[in-house]
Ligand binder design. Structure first.
Ligand code: C2E
Ligand code: MG
Ligand code: MG
Ligand code: MG
Length: 292
């Protein structure tokens, strides 16, 4: 018992844990300034359809922390979600994305792209959420039917009526919804039936081993069948190689996102990539465009 308690005491004073707590607090306070001091940036990752044509992008937050380099959203989003900071970050991302949509509508190569923005459950739960989204659409004049919001299944453990209501309000304005990381969370079939979703986004953990692992392959088949039943589009995330793409294509997945097509890129590089995809000499366009 003494040994166990000794171990507990030791654990309690573990300097690495103390460092973690201090890091966390300092991260939160620095993140506060990040918005005002323009340390945040959106990167864009291309999404393609089954013919290899660029159809959209996902906006992914990046934080350039002074003297510390790029901090991953996998680290700072959970910190922001502990407070209302996520609302500020979320609105900044949404507004920036909407401004890009307006700029892209001037370029025929980019004007048909949809842009997906990640929405945290805490941000969505705000009573003001729909008002904020519609306010940003109005002030930026962004085309609502090009905007897609990515929700996660964690949202579904909250107030379902609130979720359905807010989604309908936004859908009535032309905004689309994708259920991100699908297959890893809490979705029940009855929720799927009730929510006005447009797309299921297959989590990358299933895509990863899809060609080799029969359980993952079965999960993907099930998700695609489910999507067909509910009339939803499908997109796979984390597609890294041709084997994975071919496997998903065989099963009838509608769209693809992953390093195979492009990493998340700063805007200028993203725009260049989409132009490459659209170029008539581009291998994607000529080889994969269906011939009727
Ligand atoms: P997510 O929404 O599921 O985004 C996909 C993540 O997978 C991104 O990580 C992306 O860079 C990464 N990814 C894309 N293709 C591949 C691939 O082929 N292989 C591998 N291994 N990874 C790939 P990232 O950018 O680090 O973002 C992590 C998470 O942070 C996102 O996961 C999302 O949950 C969250 N996040 C990012 N931006 C925002 C935002 O503006 N708001 C909110 N609430 N969350 C955000
Ligand atoms: Mg996402
Ligand atoms: Mg995802
Ligand atoms: Mg994910």
């Amino acid at each position: 018992a003494a040994k166990a308690s000794g171990r507990n005491t030791l654990r309690f004073f573990d300097p690495t844990m103390q460092k973690t707590a201090a890091d966390y607090a300092s991260l939160a306070s620095c993140l506060h300034q990040a918005v005002e001091e323009q340390q945040l940036e959106l990167h864009y990752q291309i999404q393609v359809d089954a013919t290899g044509r660029a159809v959209g992008a996902e906006a992914l937050l990046r934080w350039h922390r002074p003297n510390k380099g790029l901090v991953s959203p996998a680290i700072f989003i959970p910190v922001a979600e502990q407070s209302n900071l996520i609302v500020e970050l979320g609105n900044w991302a949404l507004e920036t994305a909407c401004q890009r949509l307006v700029a892209w509508s001037e370029d025929p190569v980019l004007s048909d792209l949809t842009l997906a923005v990640n929405i945290s459950a805490r941000q969505f739960r705000e009573p003001e959420f729909t008002t904020q989204v519609l306010g940003i659409l109005a002030s930026t004049q962004a085309p609502p039917h090009r905007l897609k919001l990515e929700l996660t299944e964690s949202l579904l453990i909250g107030d379902t009526q609130d979720t359905i209501h807010k989604m309908h309000v936004l859908k009535d304005h032309g905004i689309a919804f994708s259920l991100d990381d699908f297959g890893t969370g809490y979705s029940s079939l009855s929720y799927l039936r009730q929510l006005p979703l447009n797309q299921l986004k297959i989590d990358r953990s299933f895509v990863n081993q899809a060609g080799q692992n029969s359980a993952d392959a079965a999960i993907i088949e099930t998700i695609l069948a489910l999507a067909r039943t509910f009339g939803l589009e499908t997109i796979a995330e984390g597609v890294e190689n041709e084997e994975q793409r071919a496997f998903l294509a065989e099963l009838g997945c509608d769209a693809y996102q992953g390093y195979l097509f492009g990493r998340p890129l700063p805007e200028a590089a993203f725009v260049q990539l989409v132009h490459q995809y659209a170029a008539p000499t581009g291998c994607h366009a000529t080889v994969l465009e269906p011939i009727n």
